[in-house]
Design a protein around this ligand. Sequence first.
Ligand SMILES: NC(=O)c1ccc[n+]([C@@H]2O[C@H](COP(=O)([O-])OP(=O)(O)OC[C@H]3O[C@@H](n4cnc5c(N)ncnc54)[C@H](OP(=O)(O)O)[C@@H]3O)[C@@H](O)[C@H]2O)c1
Length: 307
Amino acid sequence: VTSICLPDAEARDCVGTLPGGIDVVIWDGASDPVPGLDGVEVLVPPYMRPPTSAEALKALASLRLVQLLSAGVDSWLKRLPPGVVLCNGRGVHGGSTAELAVGGIVSSLRELPRHLDAQRAHRWDQHSGVTGLDGRRVLLLGAGDIGTRVAASLTPLGAEVTLVARHARDGVRALTELSGLLPEHQVVVIAVPYTTETHQLVDADFLASMPDGALLVNVARGAIVNTNALLAELTSERLHAFLDVTDPEPLPVDHPLWVAPHLQLTPHIGGGTLGWQQRAYRLVREQVIRFHRGEPLQNVVKVADGY
Ligand SMILES: NC(=O)c1ccc[n+]([C@@H]2O[C@H](COP(=O)([O-])OP(=O)(O)OC[C@H]3O[C@@H](n4cnc5c(N)ncnc54)[C@H](OP(=O)(O)O)[C@@H]3O)[C@@H](O)[C@H]2O)c1
């Protein structure tokens, strides 16, 4: 028998009927331990919550796999007990997060906030002075699930996309080429995991390499961008930004980012569209069955690489 732990009754419903030999325990990782935790081999923690505490994890004496519902694994890496495999939710939120990135690019380039202001003031602010996506050069930093989806969405609208990743390959440029590429792109989308390598990757030098009037989009993790360096570029009105993620999160009420010029901000909603549970628990179901049958798992995180 394989015993798995799901965070709540809704998760149990979404997973559906499981093959015989798989038992389910419901526990959210934060409340008091429930009976049966000591036999749990697969833990599925709740989405968008801090990782289960090291103390609480001690109750899971048989743990072999942690299956996350998020693509990001940064908060779990230090928490993972030795010998336990970590799998992420890559693919679950990529479509909705790419969609938000594309929406942010379009909104910024086509000045949608300006038109919403005009609409609210009953003002017919007709003009044709903005540059859209046609002919824009867009750099995708990260050529994984999100990066490739954004690239595939922008190309039919006339954008020229450049993908950059850790491992160069056909159609994907190497990270070592980044500094030479930045001055040639009017839009930069951050779609990399938060790792020791990407911590503050977008610093003052990175931003200074972007051309005047360029747009930075971050839908990955807030701390990949140096907030103060970005604030300086926004305040001087040299760069524009669209952020779904910030450092810190949640953003304190008096944080200067709220009022920074040329910035649109959403509160880390990229992955959270209706239906995410169905997508996530379809993956969980597949993984649990693979684990139970001893088959290779999907989305195994390379702990040494941090993603
Ligand atoms: N806003 C939200 O709600 C939301 C939703 C989903 C995900 N996210 C965040 O977005 C991140 C990316 O998601 P994903 O599903 O696209 O991940 P993914 O499929 O694993 O792709 C990650 C990409 O980043 C590249 N990469 C890793 N380290 C790099 C580095 N140091 N420099 C340059 N490129 C690097 C990888 O390169 P290789 O291809 O060479 O390995 C890969 O192309 C997640 O880790 C998560 O933190 C946010």
